[in-house]
Design a protein around this ligand. Sequence first.
Ligand SMILES: Nc1nc2c(ncn2[C@@H]2O[C@H](COP(=O)(O)OP(=O)(O)OP(=O)(O)O)[C@@H](O)[C@H]2O)c(=O)[nH]1
Length: 385
Amino acid sequence: MFSFFKKKPDLPNAAETAPAAEAAQAPVPATPAGPGPQDTPAAAAGTSWWRKPFGAKDAKPEPATSSVTQNFVAAPEPTAKPETENARQSWMERLKAGLRKTGSSIATVFTGTQINDALYEELEDALLMADTGVKATQHLLNDLKRRVKETKTTEPAAVKALLADALADLLLPLEKPLTIGEHVPTVIMVAGVNGAGKTTSIGKLTKHLADEGQTVLLAAADTFRAAAREQLGVWANRNTVEIISQEGGDPAAVSFDAVSAGKARKKDVVLVDTAGRLPTQLHLMEELKKIKRVVAKAEGSAPHEVLLVIDGNTGQNALAQVRAFDDALQLTGLIVTKLDGTAKGGVLAAIAQERPIPVYFIGVGEKIEDLETFSAREFAQALLS
Ligand SMILES: Nc1nc2c(ncn2[C@@H]2O[C@H](COP(=O)(O)OP(=O)(O)OP(=O)(O)O)[C@@H](O)[C@H]2O)c(=O)[nH]1
C-alpha cells in the first residue's frame, strides 16, 4: 500500500529559479531565503515521514539515514539499512526517556506477585493519573483481563507485556502517514493553542521535506505576532525555502496569497502557520474557519491537510482541544509535541478512544530529530518498557 511514489521531476531549488513572471503574479512578494546552516547531517526519518502516492518506479533514491517504521514507503538501499535501524533505535531511546514519567507509575503496578483485583484497581488509578481518560482506561482494563484469561497468564510482569499489546491495538487507528504529492501543491494548514509547538513542528517538517528535495513554501499567517513571523523566517532561511509574510493584515489573505503563489510556482508543499488561539476564543476560531474557506478559494481541493498541534503535557485538556478544533475545522491529522518529561502520555489512548484522528508526528524535545512519525507499537513499547 505504501510502495507508491509520486513522479516528480528533479527541479532545481525554486528559491533560485522562480520565474520572474510567476513571481510577479504573486500578490504578496515572497522573501527568498538565503542558504543557511543545516541542523543535522541528514533527515533522521527520511521518506517514512510521509507517503508519496504515485509512480514507485520513478521514486527518488532513499536518503541513507531513512528510518524504518510501519509507515515506511519503500525498501531502503541495502547499504542504508544499518544506519536506518540505528536512527530508529536512537529515536526509541529518546521516546522511552521522554515517556519515562508516564510509564514508571504504570509499571510499578506490575511489581507485585499476584494478579488480583488490587492490581487492576491500581492499574486503573495509574492509567487515569496518566490522563488516559475514563473510557480508554475501561477499554484497556477489559481488554487486558480478556488477554490475561486467554493466555492463562499468572505473572504480573507478563501482564505488563499484555497491556502493551492492548495499548498498541487501541492506538493503531492513529497510525497513518502524511501523504505528499497527491496534489501539487499539497496545502497543509496548521493550527493549535498558543505555544503548542506549531512553528517548531512546521520548521522540523520543512527541514525533512527540503532534505528530500520537496519544494516548500511557508505562509506566515500569524500576522499579529512579529516574533512568530521571525521564527518562521529563521526556519525558511535554514532550509532555503520561500516564505510569504506580511505585517498586520488579514491572515486569510496571506494564506490565499501563499496558496496562489504555491500554485504558480509549482511548489510541492505549502505550509500555513496560523496564530495560536484557545478554542474558547470564538472570534479567533471563526478566523480559522475563514482561513480554511479562503484557502479553498485559492485552490478548490485545498487545504489537503488540516493539522492540530497539541502539547502532550496538557493531557485531557489536549483532548478537549482536539474535539473543539475538529468540530470547527474537520481535522485530518495531529502532531503531539512535548511528550518528553510528561506524566500525561496516556492522552494518546484517550484520543484513540474518543476522537481517533491520525497522529502524523510526535515530539519529545526541541531538536529536529526529536520529532518523528508515530508508531502505535513503538509508543506502547516505549511507554511500558
Ligand atoms: N520540550 C519540548 N519542547 C518543545 C517541543 N516542541 C516544541 N517545543 C518548544 O515549545 C515552545 C513553543 O513552540 P512554538 O513552536 O513557538 O509554539 P507555537 O505553537 O508556534 O506558539 P505560538 O505561535 O505562540 O502559538 C518552543 O520553546 C519550542 O522549542 C517538544 O516536543 N518538546
